[in-house]
Write a protein that binds this ligand. Sequence first.
Ligand code: GLN
Length: 245
Amino acid sequence: MKLHLGHLYPEFLNLYGDRGNVLILCRRAQWRGIQVEVTPISLGDKLVPGAYDLLFLGGGPDQEQGIASADLVAKGPWLKEAVEEGTALLAICGGYQLLGEYYRTASGETLPGVGLFAVYTEAGNKRLKGNIAIQVPELGSEHPVIGFENHSGRTFLKGSRPLGQVIYGDGNNGADGTEGARYRNAIGTYLHGPLLSKNPHLADYLLRLALRRRYGEVELSPLDDTLEMATNTAVYKRFLPTRGK
Ligand code: GLN
């Protein structure tokens, strides 16, 4: 089996080591004997329909989001078509915001979005930052998804389903208890980390979604994630008392 991964704007959107998520996906696939080809996709690059099983978009400061935004909107129809056809996608923070309807920055500029997720984002005065844990229904209740967040944007769902519910932290907007967005096999989230090194269960879930398009339901052989899951639990428990604060 082979996985084609498209990495959008790796040179602009790579806040807090978001690129690490691509490394995790590659390595966890390769450990199962699955080949991975990673293609950087940036400003002005042509997009080949149906070429990718998985797309990744990292986070970024407002300025870098401004550089990527118009180009991303131009790529929007292709990107939406890919997701409609089953391509999996992971977008973090600034990348997630640009896949919504728009992002209004703290300086009052409105960056248009792709509209893949039925959400919109507006900057608030205080940054929402700190450790975060969420419950993602598809991953069961045993292990939450953990990470950290640092954003001024408040995202509001306009019909989109959230990725999960906040256990502690702020999530989409610090008010309604939702975190991220989900549409078909596309996931948008505020969790940096890199997210997938702290959450191997989410990494494998994404790999299965990505492989499904061309290979159907794929059974991934188990890896020894004892250390990662023990760390996940320890971090989760450490910050649990801050819940609701
Ligand atoms: N610039 C955006 C915000 O502050 C996104 C930041 C990020 O990707 N961490 O909301």
